[in-house]
Write a protein that binds this ligand. Structure first.
Ligand code: TRP
Length: 442
């Protein structure tokens, strides 16, 4: 094993780093608007069901594969089985670059919004001004690329520090800060007049909305939010000491990720209702609606930059995990030094991301299958690469190297009911359900 490999210093360090990976734009930016589009409560019920069946099971399998092999995704599948299964590792590294490229673009937007909300943006009196600002900013062409670059540079700085000094130390500091800021913002939103309608929308299911589209949206969101299907948590698992018991860790990480999503829902949807906006207004919900909401809030000028800083921090630790997946591959398989590997991976992720950063301006009309470059990258990742990776991981852990993974997760312990349910989900439910999503998403 390369001496460049690190190990997490403690169980808490791993849990916080994994939580840092799973908690990101997926929770705070994507979850509230997808829940808004999915009708609120109905989406929430399906989402929670997905998280604690498929999501948790695949997460446990993925961390176990990483720790069993103590390798990056490519090395892990090669060491444990090899042959065609190694391809699943390459698919993961490919997915890491694809997600990294467009994720960093949105991460860059959050940095830009910290500055914009510190500036005169919130002095606007007409809500349309916030939509205009968003469109003007994202149309670029210079700023979105610069902020994308800045965001990637920050991520590279964290990754270069290595596992213990970089990822673990940052996560320990930033994740609790994130939680505190989110709770404070949530309390502010819930005490706005009219906020209760948003709470009811979010928590009380409308039974008419239980349809295939909502099931599919809930499953994709669970995968994206839990960082599943491309070897991200596999890579983090490879840095985890063999002494730690995995099931409790996977439950903790899933619960933290879900808690943050719930808090984000309870922040954004009630605020949206209190100010009479449309919860189904799509990806613009954070970047267009929230500044408008903050502008009308007492102390909004303080809370808005705080919120976007929070979003940037959460996005940074997720981007770091994507970058780390690619870096681990280069360090383990190619023998590259950690610093050089980070520079190469971040540079490549930046380059692939540039057309995505320009997809809301100069390249807006350059479409394929009706999608911009950004849209294509997102589609490729969430509708193809992640579901294929998810099935692969479930089948690999449930069938191909079953005994090795069972030992990794359960030790020599007795075959408890929870273990049997886990096995059943991996072997039967996950492949069937994820294949269904894959096909219906085409
Ligand atoms: N889960 C992160 C979020 O919610 C994004 C992310 C990080 C991710 N690593 C991933 C998504 C791996 C899919 C796969 O923002």
């Amino acid at each position: 094993m390369s001496s460049e490999r690190g190990e997490f210093g403690s169980r808490l360090g791993f849990v916080l780093a994994a939580a840092g990976s799973t908690i990101g734009l997926g929770n705070i930016w994507r979850f509230p608007y997808v829940a808004g589009e999915g009708g609120g409560g109905a989406f929430l019920v399906l989402y929670l069901a997905m998280v604690f069946t498929l999501g948790l099971s695949i997460m446990l399998a993925e961390i176990a594969i990483g720790r069993a092999a103590k390798r990056n995704p490519v090395g892990a599948f090669r060491t444990l089985k090899g042959g065609a299964w190694t391809g699943l590792g390459y698919l993961g590294v490919l997915a890491a670059f694809v997600i990294l490229s467009f994720y960093s673009v949105i991460g860059g937007w959050t940095l830009a919004y910290v500055l914009a909300t510190l500036g005169p943006l919130l002095e606007a009196t007409d809500a349309r001004a916030f939509g205009d600002h968003f469109r003007d900013f994202t149309a670029g062409p210079v700023e979105p690329v610069l902020y994308h670059g800045l965001f990637m540079l920050l991520s590279a700085g964290v990754v270069m520090g290595g596992v213990r000094a970089g990822i673990e130390r940052w996560s320990k500091l930033l994740m609790p800060l994130l939680l505190i800021m989110l709770v404070a913002l949530c309390l502010r939103a819930l005490t706005l007049p009219g906020a209760w309608a948003g709470v009811e929308f979010f928590l009380i299911p409308d039974w008419q909305r239980f349809d295939a589209a909502t099931v599919g949206a809930a499953m994709s969101q669970a995968f994206f939010s839990m960082s599943l299907g491309m070897g991200c948590l596999l890579t983090y698992g490879s840095y985890l000491s063999s002494a730690e018991r995995l099931p409790g860790i996977a439950v903790t990480v899933s619960a933290l990720d879900t808690t943050i999503a719930m808090l984000a829902g309870l922040l954004i949807l009630p605020a949206t209702f209190a100010f009479g906006f449309d919860p189904a207004s799509g990806p613009g919900l954070s970047f267009v609606t929230l500044p408008a909401v903050f502008a009308e809030m007492p102390l909004g000028r303080v809370f808005a930059p705080l919120f976007f800083a929070l979003l940037a921090i959460a996005a940074l630790t997720s981007n770091v995990s994507l970058l780390e997946t690619a870096v681990a591959y280069l360090v383990d398989e190619k023998g590259t030094g950690r610093r050089a590997a980070t520079a190469i991976a971040a540079g490549l992720g930046f380059a692939i991301g540039v057309p995505s950063a320009l997809a809301f301006g100069p390249f807006a009309d350059a479409t394929l299958f009706g999608k911009t470059f950004f849209g294509l990258m997102e589609y490729l990742a969430t509708n193809l690469l992640m579901p294929i990776g998810g099935i692969g991981i479930a089948v690999f852990a449930g069938w191909v190297v079953r005994d090795r993974i069972r030992r990794e997760v359960l030790g020599d312990g007795a075959d408890r009911p929870a273990a049997r349910i886990w096995g059943w989900i991996l072997r039967w439910l996950a492949p069937a359900a994820v294949a269904w999503i894959l096909i219906s998403g085409l």
